[in-house]
Design a protein around this ligand. Sequence first.
Ligand code: CDP
Ligand code: MG
Length: 136
Amino acid sequence: MSNVEQTLSIIKPDAVERNLIDEIKAIFTKNNLKIKQDKKIHLTKDEAAEFYKVHQSKPFYDDLCTYLSSGPIVAMILEGENAVLFNRELMGATDPKKAEDKTIRKLYGISIDKNSVHGSDSAENAIKEINFFFKN
Ligand code: CDP
Ligand code: MG
């Protein structure tokens, strides 16, 4: 049975800074994930803290929010078959050193914090994260 869904993807500051936007978008589209909407924005630290609120108790939270707000990012709504899980597969493991070959984080990630992309981890969070960036 088909399960077309949407997920939120972010190209993080380290990848935007290295002009990897088109290359990363091409990975999604070549793999049949449609980019339904996209926007380049620069979050404030407070906005980054709101976005990553689920991680507020983690030791890396403050650095993570500083990092996500350190430069422009590209937020995208991706749509396709099993998009949430499939995007996570295309991204690879959080730590680029542990990511599988040909995944985005293996190809472009610099370190566990500068790992080039974000992707929603569940259908429920995808809806929340899409609304965070694209509520109209
Ligand atoms: O992004 P992903 O869902 O794979 O990982 P997460 O566990 O939800 O963590 C969110 C983000 O926090 C990661 O993508 C990393 O950028 C950062 N992080 C970190 O800086 N240090 C860690 N030990 C774990 C995560
Ligand atoms: Mg996560």
